[in-house]
Design a protein around this ligand. Structure first.
Ligand SMILES: NC(=O)C1=CN([C@@H]2O[C@H](COP(=O)(O)OP(=O)(O)OC[C@H]3O[C@@H](n4cnc5c(N)ncnc54)[C@H](OP(=O)(O)O)[C@@H]3O)[C@@H](O)[C@H]2O)C=CC1
Ligand SMILES: O=C(O)CCCC(=O)O
Length: 491
């Protein structure tokens, strides 16, 4: 990996504006999932360093919140500019540690930067309110205040965007934040932090700690100083963190697992639906929480859709993401590969039919062939579990009511998609789907301007959009008495 700016390869944690190693010198190895090669070692810090990061964030908070929204906005804007100036280096770092194709990594850097830009703008739009008073001698005012010291725990599948989607609104609102990135992809987080420092974000306002998830997570969740935790990852760990945050009653944003239905009705434009399915299912080699997990296809177009999808999947180029033209990288690690293998094996053993792929890729390592399974039924594990791999299971349905029942038959409620050309059906189905986000004739829904988040076991809170900053704000009510009865009324 040849970076134009080699100083972006940071291998230390950021605490109180200083780059530090673990007190005991322990490290975590970061490897390229496409080659298995060691890229770098980063510190494996524990509770002591995490306490220091919290103390630094607490110390930095009063001055940071006291800055005007415009000042915070300008610093964020400078950070955005630097991220975009270093897009290529950041993309190279990401592909090296995460495996996604370079074109997707470049796209993720622009996507990550868009959250910084968006919240730099939103920083100036956190409005209070004046309420009509029920008392002649009192004025009622509502102010919006930063919640304080925040923490973020982020996953490996979007090593940059999941960080900026949390840090940018937190900093815009006047909070400080400590980030614990996934151990498999810390380099993107550290490079972003380096650029935040260069942008002039003051010491302590942003901290990054890498290391033992349990130790760091334990301290962040137990600390009464940390007033909010934002987590993206598995539902299983989300529940653990929610329990750990309960004693200190922190605010929480949880962006957890999904089991997205992708419904194709008889009246859909099939070519558009296939294109949408490729984007939704195979983006990041199927490793996103909004990836289509169950493709529900109506009787009348089932065979035609399967055939077209098979052809599109056969054209996908698998390989090392560093190679130009590659569209499918490796899975993140061997346990992800084994999970995908087990899910496919279970489906085939219960009567699913193989349409494409269905095995490890000849490239070896953690590469898996883009796969399509037909005749999949609700008793198979793929119907219930988040696949997190390049496997598209096709289910058959006959009526709209069946499709809605099958789509909602899951504990998850993050994203859903459907394809139809009937405008009345659009409104009926969109209203009936129990999901936080619905793509209609679109397989790609993510953007910084829209609220991202789920219902049911997919979590709580919204990220991005005008709503995203509210997760970092406390509403305060001021009741001002003693106003002379002849003062002019307000509100
Ligand atoms: N919603 C989403 O976007 C994601 C969903 N997933 C789902 O989860 C499955 C497993 O992936 P996995 O990476 O293990 O996801 P996890 O939920 O285990 O990891 C996500 C983040 O949580 C951290 N973490 C793990 N355990 C703890 C803990 N006890 N306390 C505090 N932090 C913790 C991880 O740290 P560390 O890396 O150090 O372990 C990482 O930073 C995937 O197959 C997929 O189904 C996974 C990633 C993202
Ligand atoms: O999988 C995730 O949790 C990240 C969501 C990616 C997106 O914003 O589309």
């Amino acid at each position: 990996m040849q970076l134009s700016d080699p100083t972006l390869l940071k291998t230390q944690c950021l605490i109180d504006g200083r780059w530090i190693d673990a007190a005991g010198g322990e490290t975590i190895a970061v490897r390229n999932p496409a080659t298995g090669q060691l890229i770098a070692n980063v510190p494996s810090v524990g509770s002591e360093e995490t306490e220091q990061a919290i103390a630094a964030a607490e110390k930095a908070w009063p001055a940071w919140r006291a800055r005007t929204a415009d000042e915070r906005s300008r610093l964020l804007r400078r950070w955005f500019d630097l991220v975009m100036q270093h897009q290529e280096d950041l993309a190279l770092l990401m592909t090296s540690e995460q495996g996604k194709p370079l074109a997707e990594a470049r796209g993720e850097i622009a996507y990550a930067a868009s959250y910084i830009e968006w919240f730099a703008e939103e920083a100036k739009r956190v409005y209070g309110d004046v309420l009509p008073s029920p008392w002649a001698d009192k004025r009622l005012v509502v102010t919006q205040e930063p919640v304080g010291v925040c923490a973020a725990i982020t996953p490996w599948n979007f090593p940059a965007a999941m960080i900026t989607r949390k840090v940018a609104p937190a900093l815009a609102a006047g909070c400080t934040m400590i980030v614990k990135p996934a151990s498999q992809t810390p380099l993107s987080a550290l490079a972003l932090a380096e650029l935040a420092c260069r942008a002039g974000i003051p010491a302590g306002v942003l901290g990054v700690v890498t290391g033992s998830a349990r130790a760091i997570g334990g301290v962040l969740t137990a600390s009464p100083t940390v007033r909010k935790l934002s987590f993206t990852g598995s539902t299983e760990i989300g529940r653990v963190l929610a329990a750990q945050c309960a004693p200190t009653l922190k605010k929480m944003s949880l962006e957890l697992g999904g089991n997205a239905p992708f419904i194709v009705f008889d009246d859909a434009d099939l070519d558009e639906a296939v294109q949408g399915a490729i984007v939704s299912k195979y983006r990041n080699t199927g490793q996103t929480c909004v990836c289509a997990n169950r493709l529900l296809v109506q009787d009348g177009v089932y065979d035609a859709f399967a055939e077209k999808l098979q052809a599109a999947v056969a054209a996908l180029r698998v390989g090392d993401g560093m190679q130009e033209g590659v569209e499918q990288g490796p899975l993140i690690d061997h346990s992800a590969l084994e999970k995908v293998e087990q899910l496919v094996g279970d489906a085939l053993s219960r009567g699913a039919r193989l349409v494409a792929g269905g095995a490890r890729h000849p490239l070896g390592g953690t590469f898996y062939q883009p796969t399509v399974l037909a005749d999949v039924t609700p008793d198979m594990h793929v119907a219930k579990e988040e696949i997190f791999g390049p496997v598209a299971p096709l289910f058959r349905f006959s009526s709209e009511a069946d499709a809605i029942r099958m789509a909602n038959d899951t504990e998850f409620g993050l994203a859903a998609y459907f394809y139809t050309t009937d405008v009345r059906r659009v409104w009926r189905v969109a209203g009936a789907l129990a999901y936080g986000m619905v793509g209609i004739n679109s397989g790609l829904i993510s953007t910084a301007v829209a609220p991202f988040g789920g219902v049911k076991q997919s979590g709580m809170g919204r990220e991005g959009s005008k709503y995203g900053i509210h997760d970092y704000i406390d509403t305060k009510y001021l009741c001002m008495g003693g106003i002379k009865p002849d003062s002019p009324p307000v509100g």
